[in-house]
Design a protein. Structure first.
Length: 135
């Protein structure tokens, strides 16, 4: 006689597929983001990644790390049994920006911060050169 408290479930929960597109450029491919689906860490690479999930409410959290954690982005959706849900994540090019995530290809964030820092550095160098040449 089996104890019903310890018996196996009679049916497997319905499954779905999450196709997570990790966007990125060759410049930033060494910074592979961390991905958590319903709290469980997933191994991913740049490009499309198929992850089998249980149907139902699904929460995807992505972030990157270099000197600190940055590029955080979250998406929650309802996965139906047997469905394929496509999600795109684009990590930012700067540690001072958030990542972008959604059901269509995303724009890379932080480009303005990176361009601003580059232009500011060039202006500072030009100012130093002018001041040295006048003095």
């Amino acid at each position: 006689m089996t104890n019903p408290a310890f018996s196996e479930p009679s049916a497997t929960p319905p499954l779905a597929t999450l196709r997570l597109h990790m966007q990125g450029s060759r410049l930033f491919q060494t910074l592979t983001p961390s991905v958590y689906v319903n709290g469980a860490m997933q191994r991913v690479a740049f490009g499309p990644n198929d992850i089998v999930i249980y149907a139902g409410p699904t929460h995807v959290h992505c972030e990157a790390q270099w000197m600190r954690t940055y590029g955080q982005a979250d998406l929650t959706f309802e996965a139906t049994p047997g469905s394929l849900t496509e999600v795109w994540y684009a990590p930012p090019v700067s540690q001072f920006s958030r990542g972008n995530i959604g059901h269509e290809p995303q724009r890379t964030g932080g480009v303005g911060v990176l361009v601003g820092a580059f232009v500011g550095t060039l202006l500072l160098i030009a100012l130093v050169v002018v001041l040295v040449s006048l003095g």
